[in-house]
Write a protein that binds this ligand. Structure first.
Ligand code: GLN
Length: 200
């Protein structure tokens, strides 16, 4: 089944996600306007800088439409800054920083340290078969706590780094930077399953 997956293209590593989604057999498109958001079957919120993405989403009139579609069950996948955008609560928001929400979790920004403390580590993710995924952590957040509805998919060093709640998926790290498209494949499968359910 062909599905259209958008990448929120306000700031961040949009192009890498478009490539990874195409490799996962989805039609990938940039989303900058509410009309474009209305046309997608799923959405990726990329890594970048979450305060900037948040402010631009408000400026472009996308924050409320994003919240509405996520509430309505749109499959979404957030990496790093995108994970922060999907958190119902962040511990240390910058002034004016809002989130879309959708996952009952509390996220700590920059939890793994500064830019020069960025690192790579093998991560075992529930639902991704085969070898562990190479996790690229760039000024990455971690999940401080998850609510009852959210499922922990992966941990690193005792910290939660991947979570799923219903149709929403989030990772602290950046699978789009590695050439290994299994996590995008998992998300594309979630989008296809949702489409199939909806068209019954
Ligand atoms: N530290 C960034 C933030 O707070 C996220 C970094 C990233 O997406 N690589 O938004």
């Amino acid at each position: 089944m062909t599905v259209i997956i958008g990448v929120l293209a306000l700031q961040g590593d949009v192009r890498e996600h478009l490539v990874a989604l195409a490799a996962a057999d989805a039609v990938a498109r940039e989303v900058r306007r509410p009309e474009e958001l209305a046309e997608v079957d799923g959405l990726v919120i990329p890594g970048g800088e979450s305060t900037t993405i948040s402010k631009l989403a408000v400026l472009f009139g996308l924050m409320e439409p994003l919240r509405a579609r996520v509430r309505d069950g749109l499959p979404v996948y957030g990496t790093c800054a995108g994970m922060i955008m999907l958190a119902d609560k962040i511990l240390d928001p910058r002034s004016g920083q809002e989130t879309v929400g959708g996952i009952d979790m509390i996220v700590r920004r920059n939890a793994f340290g500064r830019q020069n403390e960025s690192f790579e580590a093998a991560v075992d993710i529930k639902g991704v078969t085969g070898d562990p995924v190479e996790g690229v952590f760039i000024r990455a957040p971690w999940v401080e706590s998850v609510g009852a509805g959210a499922e922990v998919l992966a941990e690193h060093d005792g910290h939660v780094v991947a979570v799923r709640q219903g149709n929403a998926l989030a990772t602290s790290f950046h699978p789009e930077l590695t050439g290994d498209h299994r996590v995008h494949g998992l998300f594309a499968d979630m989008v296809r399953a949702n489409r199939a359910r909806r068209s019954l």
